[in-house]
Design a binder for this molecule. Structure first.
Ligand code: NAD
Length: 268
């Protein structure tokens, strides 16, 4: 039931291989969620198209994942906030793979700041990437999934869709993630009878570069964040894998429109 053998999957924000040389590289964890998601899908038997924007070394990462798990894994460059780039890349992926069974809209950015001084250009950029970018991808894959009458779309939302973060303020980011979770519910409803399931994953604090960029400057933040959840620690990137494989596979065949929390109980 958890097998993805023969399935074709796309992951956006697919690799954080650039972290290998990042000064922020964490002692214990050194990848973004996207890389772990790609590895999890490949490990379960899926061929994976890995969409990236920032580092062309992603092509090597993809090849390595393919070799390790004996599947096809290829990288495609597209800025998800650009509708044309995203749609063109997905069209090319569909041509190459023949179908699309799983779409993980993982790419996203975060910015913190007090609302009263938050730059409007940053507010707009967050929505361009985290909301509009997600929808461009979802709309492009939905064409193929609805035609074939099957598919699983997984949106990377956040526990921040559901609660206000402390001690740093993140009004804009949280609003984008609340939009993502609501997008998932609406699309689940719209496509429920047509074989396409849509779910969101809501991670809590995961020790990826998205957070280490802050904790590197403010070590007190890590302690504060840890204290906020019952397990008193951040998640490791690989702790996202089970949720992704569950939602991508037939194991979740009656699950749609839900928010799956992977947050050490932070929302409890
Ligand atoms: P990350 O910064 O390590 O990875 C994000 C990826 O998205 C990177 O590979 C980046 O290149 C890519 N990306 C950014 N802008 C893009 C664009 N315009 N086009 C294409 N790709 C783009 O962050 P992460 O922690 O791995 O986050 C992955 C997802 O999980 C994000 O959507 C994030 O909001 C969400 N999330 C993360 C946490 C956390 O604690 N790390 C918590 C909740 C939700």
């Amino acid at each position: 039931e958890f097998s993805l053998k023969g399935k074709k999957a796309i992951v956006t924000g697919g690799a954080r291989i650039e972290l290998v040389s990042s000064p922020l590289k964490h002692e214990k964890y050194n990848s973004g969620l996207g890389l772990e998601i790609c590895r999890a899908l490949a490990e379960s038997g899926a061929d994976v198209a890995l969409m990236y924007v920032s580092s062309d070394s992603t092509h090597d990462t993809a090849a390595k994942i393919g070799e390790e798990f004996n599947v096809t894994c290829k990288a495609y460059k597209a800025d998800i906030s650009d509708e044309k780039q995203t749609k063109d890349a997905i069209e090319q992926i569909h041509k190459d793979l023949g179908r699309i069974d799983v779409f993980v809209a993982n790419a996203g950015i975060s910015m913190n700041g007090n609302a009263e001084t938050f730059a409007i250009s940053d507010w707009k950029r967050l929505f361009d990437v985290n909301v509009h970018g997600v929808f461009y991808g979802v709309q492009a894959v939905s064409k193929y999934m609805l035609e074939q009458g099957s598919g699983s779309i997984i949106l990377m939302s956040s526990v921040s869709a559901h609660l206000a973060n402390q001690p740093q303020y993140q009004c804009a980011y949280n609003c984008t993630k609340a939009s993502v979770s609501m997008m998932g519910k609406c699309l689940a409803y719209e496509w429920g009878t047509r074989g396409v399931r849509v779910n969101s994953i809501c991670p809590g604090y995961m020790a990826t570069d998205m957070l280490t960029q802050f904790t590197a400057k403010r070590p007190d933040l890590a302690a504060a964040w840890n204290s906020l959840n019952p397990m008193q620690r951040m998640g490791a990137p690989k702790e996202i894998k089970g949720a992704v494989v569950f939602l991508a596979s037939e194991a979740s065949s009656f699950v749609t429109g839900t928010d799956l929390f992977v947050d050490g109980g932070y929302n409890a």
